[in-house]
Ligand binder design. Structure first.
Ligand SMILES: Cc1cc2nc3c(=O)[nH]c(=O)nc-3n(C[C@H](O)[C@H](O)[C@H](O)COP(=O)(O)OP(=O)(O)OC[C@H]3O[C@@H](n4cnc5c(N)ncnc54)[C@H](O)[C@@H]3O)c2cc1C
Length: 471
């Protein structure tokens, strides 16, 4: 009840005109299974999750329109990590060459004491070992990943509208009867049986399914879940980049480039750096105390490193300081522990969440992009089996069943890694071999296989059960 009243309140606040525009016709993408029934999706948010999901759905033969409030690509940001489980999906989508061209593989990371610079150990991301897991570990610039996914989605027939802010999402008033079904039904379903979004321009768009891929501050989540509580951790992640030629020119920084990807670990503070853009740039993430919890988060680099609380007198390794002084401006994201919605699907079963809207995660971690891209692959693979409108709910719940445990597990691993990195103590794990079990489970995951297995085990079973009960 509360969910519906939330939705209608959001909608009622808009007195602008309602215009219904349909989503575009998808182009066929080779090498992908095409769903027997094509439906229309509106995706709120054209970040990593939104564009990846848009591609996966278009590749499965669906019509997809992405609504993104920013004005276009090339939003300033920093580095983002692509672990092998994510590389695997991108490789299945034919993006390996592009990823290798724009990213940097990273075989070794060197753990260092933030205060003394003393070596604490090495994590060896050995290529052969990584290959065992499926694919390599890459580091890329967020802009590059965004651009690669945009090009892919558009080439598959996805329509992307920039400068398009969604103000409200309205679930369908009348649920479609699951017994009613026909391959041409989408053309005759009344608009009250389809969810809609209201744009800041006043337009209203309808689709068969609305997906909220609108990030950690999701507005679509208000339609799906009760108010989520959040707790600030007192830490922020600051991100920036500098050119590797500038680092190479300074003999004091050469060791940071040559000995591997530096991870400076300290007490409640940590700094990591890694190469991106074919080793032309170096991405930096700094976990540091939050000075003012009321300062707003931004991915746009606007904070100077000298304004980090206590920076000038902080006891940090001179190499780390020299490196940070060269970075200049940083983006700033608070590290917030947010409640996760119990359900990612609204009561009408036609509005769903994906990416950080469904499962917010600490900014700038190993799996920031990976979870969203895995989500997209699972969503697309499940919806490649669509052959009836009645099945939409089943596939949405299949998505949730598969992805909730995985997202929770990855989040816990990230929290554990962060607590080790910020504990100021020598980490227990020094080699890849020590972490083998965790690595195999996390990196060995194949999102497409997981979706196919779910379909064989549950999807087909439910179909048979429904067919039997209908007889
Ligand atoms: C501009 C930007 C830069 C980033 N840079 C980095 C980085 O350098 N390193 C890193 O590790 N992570 C970065 N991230 C975060 C990273 O993208 C996410 O952690 C992860 O990939 C999951 O992405 P998401 O698509 O679920 O959410 P997000 O990446 O937050 O994307 C959500 C998208 O929805 C759009 N949106 C939100 N509300 C509305 C609305 N009402 N109507 C229309 N559109 C809406 C936003 O503009 C955004 O593009 C960045 C995110 C953004 C938005």
């Amino acid at each position: 009840m509360e969910l519906q009243s939330n939705a209608s309140r959001v909608h009622a606040s808009s007195s602008r005109p309602r215009i219904s525009i349909d989503v575009p016709v998808a182009r066929t993408v080779s090498n992908s299974r095409q769903a027997d029934l094509t439906v229309g999706f509106l995706i709120v948010g054209g970040g990593i999750a939104g564009l990846a999901t848009a591609y996966a759905l278009a590749a499965a033969g669906h019509r997809v329109h992405v609504l993104e409030r920013s004005s276009g690509l090339h939003q300033p940001a920093g580095g983002i990590r692509i672990p092998p489980n994510c590389t695997k999906v991108l490789a299945q989508w034919g993006l390996l060459e592009e990823l290798a061209r724009r990213g940097s593989p990273c075989p070794v990371s060197k753990l260092l004491d933030l205060h003394t610079g003393e070596s604490l150990g090495v994590t060896d991301w050995h290529r052969d070992l990584v290959k065992e897991m499926g694919e390599a570990y890459y580091m890329v610039h967020h802009q590059d990943l965004h651009e690669i996914l945009f090009d892919l989605a558009v080439s598959a027939g996805v329509r992307v509208s920039f400068s398009t802010t969604v103000e409200a999402v309205t679930p369908p008033r009348d649920a479609v009867q699951s017994s009613v079904d026909a391959t041409t039904l989408s053309t005759i379903i009344p608009s009250t049986s389809r969810p809609s979004v209201t744009l800041a321009s006043g337009e209203t768009l309808h689709a068969d399914v609305v997906i909220g891929a609108d990030g950690p501050y999701s507005m679509v989540r208000r339609v799906v879940a009760e108010r989520m509580e959040e707790r600030r951790s007192g830490l922020c992640v600051y991100s920036g980049t500098l050119s590797t030629s500038e680092m190479r020119a300074d003999p004091r920084l050469q060791s940071l480039l040559e000995e591997g990807w530096p991870m400076f670990l300290g007490n409640q503070r940590s700094i990591i750096g890694y190469p991106i853009r074919n080793d032309q740039e170096f991405a930096i993430h700094i976990w540091w105390d939050e000075d003012d919890p009321n300062t707003s988060d931004t991915w746009t680099p606007t904070v100077h490193v000298s304004s980090l609380p206590g920076y000038s007198s902080a006891d940090i390794d001179p190499r780390a300081r020299i490196m940070l002084d060269k970075v200049g401006l940083l983006s700033r994201m608070s590290f917030v522990d947010r409640d996760r919605p119990e359900s990612w699907i609204d009561r009408s079963e036609r509005v769903a969440l994906i990416g950080e809207a469904a499962h917010p995660i600490m900014p700038c971690n190993h799996h920031s992009a990976a979870i969203s891209i895995e989500d997209a692959a699972v969503f697309g693979t499940l919806f490649s089996h669509l052959h009836s409108h009645a099945q939409i709910s089943t596939l949405l719940y299949g998505f949730q069943d598969l992805r909730q445990p995985r997202a929770t597990a990855l989040n816990l691993i990230e929290l554990h890694n962060a607590s080790v990195a910020l504990s100021g103590k020598r980490p227990l794990h020094h080699t890849m071999e020590d972490q083998w079990a965790e690595v195999a489970e996390v990196w060995g995951y194949d999102a497409n296989d997981a979706a196919e297995e779910w379909w064989m085990q549950w999807g087909v079973l439910r179909e048979r059960a429904e067919a039997t009960s209908a007889q």
